[in-house]
Design a protein around this ligand. Structure first.
Ligand code: 6GU
Length: 237
């Protein structure tokens, strides 16, 4: 069981996305808990204002520290009331973070509770980040309008590693030789489609040859599409 607590200005976006997926089934079956908490509910001012102008000038607005801090404290208190007394990691989704990789998903999947913070506007007041954030994560080198899509990516990648979430009894991780290699091509019925035949070896029933062929295909594909991964694979083997 893992619990995700997502601080956001768009809770419906996050919940709709995650409930409509395999992760949604994991939630129904009790392997995963997802809560989206609206930061605006913790803006205890007249108009539930959560943003303001940046000191020093510049384009756009910043998310203010206090609503985020109050939201965080409320979540943490609920976690503590459940009897959880371990430190809880708090992930800030930001293009300035470490680029998310499978290895990080693996590390996060070991936690029982995770808090995620989705930024918006031009950013977040640095002081609250200093107080609550333990991990800065980006999902890639491009810019999104907010952290919600990134949070959904992280929750999906982490939750599928939690035992019970995937239907098959194989783990969410592929066999060790495929570390840092792309998947081999796969085929299903019919045997011929648009004049294209399924590779003979897959019909042979010779398990060892099939494995060897798949490994070679993985290498070829990785060399072609992601040579950067091949370098990492050689470093690790
Ligand atoms: Cl985590 N947030 C935003 N706003 N943009 C991103 C990102 C995150 N990761 C890549 N681009």
């Amino acid at each position: 069981m893992i619990g995700f607590h997502i601080m956001t200005l768009f809770p419906d976006m996050v919940l709709n996305g995650l409930q409509t997926s395999i992760i949604g089934r994991g939630i129904e079956r009790g392997y995963v808990e997802v809560e989206a908490v609206n930061i605006r509910d913790y803006a205890f001012n007249k108009h539930h204002k959560v943003d303001d102008y940046p000191y020093g000038g510049g384009a756009g607005m910043l998310m203010q520290a206090e609503p985020i801090y109050q939201c965080y404290q409320a979540i943490l208190q609920r976690i503590r009331e459940k009897g959880q007394d371990k430190p809880v990691r708090c992930i800030y989704l930001t293009p300035q973070g470490t680029v998310f990789r499978q290895e990080m998903a693996r590390s996060l999947a070991k936690e029982e509770e995770l808090i995620l913070l989705c930024g918006h506007y031009e950013g977040v007041d640095e002081r609250v980040l200093e107080e609550i954030v333990t991990d800065h994560i980006s999902i890639g080198d491009y810019v999104l309008t907010g952290g919600e899509l990134a949070a959904m990516v992280v929750v999906d990648a982490v939750a599928r590693l939690v035992p019970g979430v995937l239907n098959n009894d194989a783990s969410g991780e592929t066999e060790s030789f495929q570390e840092n290699l792309l998947e081999y091509p796969q085929y299903s019925r019919p045997e011929v489609w648009h004049d294209k035949k399924v590779p003979e070896i897959l019909l042979s029933g010779h398990h060892e040859n099939v494995e060897k062929w798949r490994y070679e295909q993985s290498l070829i594909r990785t060399r072609e599409r992601r040579p950067d991964l091949l370098v990492k694979n050689e470093q690790n083997n």
